[in-house]
Design a protein around this ligand. Structure first.
Ligand code: ARG
Length: 586
């Protein structure tokens, strides 16, 4: 069921009273009193010069008398609606049969390219790539639940200055003599070599102008596929990508396409040609730019701590070519959109999950693509900007020395902390279990927040086994599995709702089912997280008050077993979308 079913009943009654038929129904603000509410009688009362209480009573008098699903009552002009036990039982059995029952259907399935990787080759994956991976993976699963076709593209950062920096440093450290001086044997490029070279080079470029300039030239050589620069680059890329795949794997993020900026770069000349032919490009201070400002707009560039927005007005032009021949971030993204549209048919939406601070970049890129017709008119281009992960001090999460935290270190920390918890609880476990719990805790701690908001990364809080956390949900499923195992052999039967514990569970499932469409609309998983937690809490009350194993009435017991299966299915479905795995034991 959805609120639409109730709206239909109410609006038929409303029309029968001679009123308009545009009443809407929402979940109740007072769940102790009723399940749903309708606030529309005040408007009707005003229009018809009547008293709202009278209007509400008139409407409920005219409700179809064959209705056995809902009880209607009037309080101060509001219509309160309660689900009958008969309806709750019917829904429970329906939900058990069909996972998708109660989840709104989307009329048109869409083809979506989702870009939420962005890891950079030669650099270690860092905390900035964590939120996009977590959020993007869940959005992908959410869209798929609704039947959309989703193509996940990792879009590696594999064509920028980091390549030149890394390679030049290896060269200066004498590691590339074989290629440049024909000395010794061909070296095997390892991850350790990259991990040493890149940070060194990156720090150097900030103080050593000469080195930076050299690295830029080196990058242009790679980008123009000059040898041996390009072959060495390909080796660096291969080593790096292997590690990146492992990390994304540990986070449970999987991609259909493993393209990078380098693949898109092939489309740059074509993209530039289209833009220039359309007359969109102009010269400005030695660069080629496209004007993308819209008259009268105010572009928020930052929100101050006290909430006041600052604006940059208007949107600056998008730079698509610079004098030195280096490839630009914006141009690469424009070329990527061209590549996607040339290689994949009829894409309805292209969505990006990255840090919210990249919003201006994407606005510029999208506008250029629309102006140039690189993206068809009816195609939606969307940037889903995520807020920052902050430390307890409220500042972006950094290491003690102020460096960006590497993903590898975060994963280690999660595994360690989860291991400690499990040991303290006396549970036998392996690394995979600790990883599942640690990563699950982090994902839930992230997804429970609105995507655009900053939040505090507090792993101890996220890892609590009680409260609104990932481990609590995982634990609930583990607990249900253990009850079901103990009752092994007892068959489930029809669910008959006749006590408050059961009522609360089914109502929590109705809300959980409806949260999927809220998430789809908001492009944020927070309502699904909250609704999953509410279901786990309703189950916990049931578990504390009712012993299924000791139930003497066989029919009732069979109904309870089905209810346990239903709760488990619904939690597993939600955790599936949140990409949180459930361990066997915890
Ligand atoms: N590689 C970029 C970074 O690390 C992120 C890429 C995001 N995706 C995109 N299509 N621009 O900042």
């Amino acid at each position: 069921m959805t609120t639409k079913d109730i709206e239909l009943l109410l609006n038929n009654a409303s029309i029968a009273c001679g009123y308009e038929g545009d009443l809407t129904v929402s979940f109740s603000n007072l769940p102790k009193i009723c399940d749903f509410q309708c606030n529309g009688c005040f408007k009707i009362a005003k229009l018809h010069g009547q008293n709202p209480v009278q209007v509400a009573n008139n409407i409920i008098d005219k409700i179809d008398k064959t209705n056995k699903d809902y009880e209607f009552s009037v309080l101060n002009g509001f219509i309160n609606i309660k689900l009958t036990d008969q309806k709750l039982s019917q829904l429970a059995n329906e939900y058990l049969q069909d996972d998708m029952a109660g989840i709104e259907k989307r009329e048109r399935k869409q083809k979506i390219v989702l870009d939420y990787g962005g890891a950079n080759v030669a650099k270690a994956l860092h905390i900035g790539h964590l939120r996009p991976a977590i959020i993007g993976e869940s959005l992908k699963r959410l869209y798929k639940l609704f039947g959309d076709e989703v193509i996940a593209d990792v879009h590696l950062g594999d064509w920028g200055l980091q390549m030149g920096l890394c390679e030049l440093q290896l060269f200066e450290d004498g590691k590339l003599d074989y290629y440049f001086q024909g000395k010794g044997e061909e070296p095997v490029i390892t991850l350790d070599m990259l991990n040493e070279a890149y940070p060194k080079a990156s720090a150097r470029k900030n103080t050593d102008e000469d080195f930076k300039k050299k690295a830029e030239d080196w990058t242009v050589k790679i980008q123009s596929k000059k040898e041996p620069y390009y072959s060495i680059y390909k080796k660096i890329r291969a080593v790096s990508v292997e590690k990146i795949k492992q990390h994304y794997g540990e986070l449970g993020a999987t991609f259909d396409l493993w393209y990078g900026e380098s693949d898109a770069s092939e489309y740059i000349p074509h993209a530039l040609k289209i833009i220039k032919e359309k007359g969109l490009a102009r010269e400005s201070e030695g660069a080629i730019v496209v004007d993308v400002a819209v008259e009268g707009e105010n572009i928020p560039i930052q929100s101050d701590k006290d909430g006041t927005k600052r604006y940059k007005n208007p949107m600056p032009p998008c730079i698509i070519e610079k004098g030195n021949g280096a490839v630009l971030y914006a141009t690469t993204d424009i070329a990527t959109i061209l590549m996607r549209n040339m290689t994949i048919k009829d894409i309805d939406r292209i969505e990006y999950v990255t840090d919210a601070r990249q919003n201006m970049h994407f606005t510029q890129v999208f506008r250029v693509c629309k102006l140039a017709g690189i993206s068809p008119k009816n195609q939606i281009l969307l940037h889903i900007g995520n807020g920052t992960m902050n430390g307890k001090d409220g500042k972006p999460f950094k290491t003690r020395s102020g460096d960006t935290i590497k993903l590898e270190d975060i994963i280690d920390m999660l595994v360690n902390k989860a291991s400690k918890k499990l040991s303290a609880n006396g549970v036998e476990f392996d690394r995979d279990t600790a990883l599942m719990i640690g990563v699950g805790a982090m994902k839930f701690g992230d997804l429970v927040n609105n995507v655009g908001k900053d939040y505090v990364f507090d792993i101890d809080k996220f890892l609590a086994f009680e409260g609104k956390t990932g481990p609590y949900l995982q634990y609930t499923v583990v607990r249900i599995n253990s009850i079901l195992n103990k009752l092994n052999g007892v068959k489930g039967g029809e669910i008959n709702i006749d006590n408050d514990e059961m009522r609360e569970i089914i109502k929590a499932i109705i809300k959980l089912n409806s949260s999927y469409s809220i998430c789809y609309r908001e492009k944020s998983l927070s309502s699904l997280c909250s609704a999953s937690f509410d279901l786990a809490s309703a189950f916990s009350t049931f578990y504390n008050n009712i012993s299924v194993a000791n139930e003497k009435d066989e029919i009732r017991k069979a109904g309870y077993i089905s209810l346990l299966n239903l709760v488990k299915n619904k939690l597993m479905q939600a955790l599936g979308v949140l990409a949180i795995e459930v361990p066997k034991k915890m």
